[in-house]
Write a protein of this length. Structure first.
Length: 283
């Protein structure tokens, strides 16, 4: 498996999928601090682009760093830059999913000249200071009211929003994160739980990890094309919040994938890959 050395000496692994035309697409997983395996091949996107999936430090095949403080999001930006240098790319197309978009936007803010295109998939909003209210999440959840699992999941969501959510409640709201709560979604949820480094995730968003004002100011001058892709029923990042993220960039397109949750490449692979391929190949 290919690997490279981060500035602090930590050995980091990445996975290469596909042999599509065009420059590679560097993919940053969420979690936070979840191994990149849960991304799969992004619904078949590897047929259009060669995907470089980074295992963030302490996840997947990457080594555990000596200093646990180095899991902090703003510090992990240096790992992304080290990967670019290792690959010999002057500029790179960059995709972040969920919590990984915090890392992607901080990289873009710090190294704008190194980004060709930026794709933010069901983005987390921590790094840019967008607020998502409990009411927004509840309203998004109600779009699924006709589904058989809804009553139990919605009761758990109300407990979470009220600050009474325990581990069982957070697990019970799992169906809201998928456009279809079927065997594929259940298997993906269960596997994903094994990929996450919980200790690293607790540090990822710790104090000083984010400076939303500075990041927003830098993104306001970001010149590269940006795609923000939201899932219509995504409880984690409802479309209004994704629209606020898109509005921070001078050249951003917002796409809301119909009937999709937090993992849109699972819900409708053909639609997802067509949207991404069109964005990445646009002249």
């Amino acid at each position: 498996m290919p690997s490279f050395t981060a500035p602090d000496g930590t050995r980091l692994a990445y996975h290469v999928l596909g042999d599509g035309d065009g420059p590679p697409l560097i993919c940053l997983p969420g979690g936070p601090m979840q191994a990149s395996a849960y991304l799969g091949d992004l619904g078949g996107l590897s047929a259009a682009r060669r995907l470089i999936l980074l295992d963030l430090r302490g996840t997947g095949a990457s080594a555990v760093p000596e200093d646990p403080a180095s899991y902090r999001c703003d510090l992990v930006v240096a790992d992304v830059e080290a990967l670019r240098e290792h690959l010999g790319l002057d500029r790179m197309d960059l995709l972040g999913h969920s919590a990984g978009t915090n890392l992607a936007v901080q990289y873009a803010a710090r190294h704008p000249e190194r980004v060709g295109r930026l794709a933010l998939i069901t983005p987390s909003v921590r790094a840019v200071g967008v607020t998502i209210t409990g009411e927004q999440r509840v309203a998004t959840a109600r779009l699924r009211a006709a589904e058989p699992w809804f009553p139990e999941a919605f009761a758990a969501l109300e407990a979470v929003v009220a600050g009474r959510g325990d581990d069982a409640a957070f697990r019970a709201i799992g169906p809201f994160f998928y456009g279809r709560w079927d065997d594929v979604a259940r298997a993906h949820r269960d596997a994903g739980e094994t990929y996450r480094n919980e200790a690293a995730g607790a540090v990822f968003a710790s104090e000083d990890a984010f400076d939303p004002d500075a990041t927003r100011a830098a993104l306001a001058a970001f010149g590269a094309p940006v795609l923000v892709l939201a899932g219509e029923t995504d409880l984690n990042t409802p479309p209004p919040a994704a629209a606020e993220v898109a509005a921070l960039f001078p050249h951003a397109d917002l796409t809301v994938q119909a009937a999709a949750g937090h993992f849109p490449w699972l819900d409708d692979p053909a639609r997802f890959t067509a949207t991404l391929a069109s964005f990445l190949d646009r002249a």
